[in-house]
Design a binder for this molecule. Sequence first.
Ligand code: MSP
Length: 665
Amino acid sequence: MSTPRAKPKYYLTTPLYYTNGMPHIGHTYSTIVADVIRRYKRMRGFDAFMTTGADEHGVNVERSAQKAGKSPQEFSTEIAVQWRRLWDDLGIPGDEFIRTTDEKHHRTVQWLFKRCRDNGFIEKGRYTGQYCVHDNAYVVDAGPGDACPDCGRPTETVTEENYFFKLSEFQQKLLDFYAANPDFIQPESRRNEVLSFVKGGLKNLSITRTTIRWGIPVPGEAPHVFYVWFDALIGYLSAVGGPNYDQRGLWPADLHIVGKEIIRFHAVYWPAFLMAADLPLPEQIWAHGWLLFDSEKMSKSRGNVVRPRPIVNAIGIEPLRYYLLREIVFGQDGSFSYDALVTRYNSDLANGLGNLASRTLTMIERYFGSEIPKPAPARGGETDAPSTAEFANEALTKVMHLYDRFSFSLALESIWEIVAMIDKYITVEKPWALAEKPEDRARLATVLYTAAEGLRIVTALAHPVLPLATQKIWDQLGQTEPLSGVQLDLLSWGQLKPGTKTGKPEGIFPRVDKSETIARIEAMEQEQNKVPETPAVAAPSAAAGTGAGAAPAVAASAKIGIEDFAKVEMRVGQVKTAERVAGADRLLQLQVDIGDEVRQIVAGLALAYKPEDLVGRKVVVVTNLQPRKLRGVESNGMIVAASTPDGAPVLAGFLEDVPVGAKLK
Ligand code: MSP
């Protein structure tokens, strides 16, 4: 029996992220996209509900916990809390944050397994094969010593007695399902990929493990625990009622948003598990592409990740949302670049929407005492409101159609065409000149009404992507109904009421200096990277503002044991060469002799030290950090410096002479 709903429901999910590391901009992209869809669906009359969460079991988390000297539960909880806090700080929290360690999730997994077993789709068997620890997956065609085809890491040979899910029995059922539901897998390229995989034949799938302990126990079958992917997918269902899903009325999901590398789990295994358990299947799986940095997938292991907090602290969350949705064609891979981010910010937000809002509202304040003027009836011949109205009404339909297809980039392009159209209209009509002549007063009223009405429509259409900034403009336009409650299909030209009091025009997106902003992001990133990715230390909190930024909160200092300190290897290094990194005001690229090798290190020292003054200088180098790229240049270590209140670093050094390569203890 389901709860009656006033509005149709729309249930969507992000992937449940692993708790063996902290989010980067790739994860943030998935969650932002889901949030945009949630907001858009709400503006189309749906009761939209979004689940995100943490995927906490498996070998990876178990091993990371071991390294950190913590129990998996303790380790994973600390990381899950940080993920959740980040989504809150960025204004993109799930309506439900499911953790796969939640009791309700355990119950749901065990219940679903029993249903599959009772229906005859589970059997016991032995498995010997290659396993990729990183991807938590058996590599079917690999032999001993082979690398994982997905991540390139060496696979491990394992032999286990497992419970198997009879996936092979679902080949035809899945193919029939895909044929009957052609939109189930999106985009088309992924659908084709999945179809050919399934047509190639499906092998039974081992869904329990005896080699690890950190997992959900298979009831009555100790020491078996569930395979992490069997467990994790079920999280989407545990989040909305589990065995009692029909009481919440949210299941089946309308949409699972995933990255392309996990499409098979979602489009093949997941529907098969649900079919076996006799449960309703999700409506759609949408696989987006990857964010690339320097042409490679951004990932922690490649050392090329970009974190969201420094960007948000420097420029705000809304520019990041806009950039990701405007610049990356949803479904395809796209390159991430700070340069393009700041360029988009200045051109489309500061000079585009922000400028349109401020010039329109300022002129209404100046010429009409902050009151929306009444447009004069059209006389014909002028560049008048009716043609603008027609353009905007057509654009409204077009933009909704594009949002419906998740063509975010094109939707934003169309919205910004309206911005450009109104800007041009203002430039052609020159309201400042009309204001000079009393006989042009009626025309002036028409022009400013038209600009304000266009701005109102643009603001509503851009709301799913820019929720905070558009709400501010909406308020300034004197609109009292919350923008999130506006129904886009009821929006049409001419609803702006003359006489409405407008608010004080306020800059929404101040222009920023590109190189200074990028330098700030990079400096904050460097600062953040000094904090090891262990959950014991809190990451700086981000400002969820619309525009340029707030300072990061101070990281909570926690006490560590001597064994933690001993993990950091520091040596005396000597700078051999130093040069500036092109386009980065703060960064220097150094070659540093650390005794047995010369390391390339990129350091944020340029504001305090000239490159030539550093050559020959002895410095303290952290030598066992993962390499990473800064502005495309690989950095293999870190130079230790004190942070001063004005932000200028001061290098750590020695009063006595010390040999190069000496270790610090
Ligand atoms: N825990 C599994 C998902 C289980 S869902 C029941 C998992 N977790 S993950 O932490 O590795 O997150 C993977 C997801 O993060 C991807 O599917 C994608 O949504 C996002 N991204 C991670 N790196 C990415 C990029 N470089 N670019 C875009 N998105 C990426 O897999």
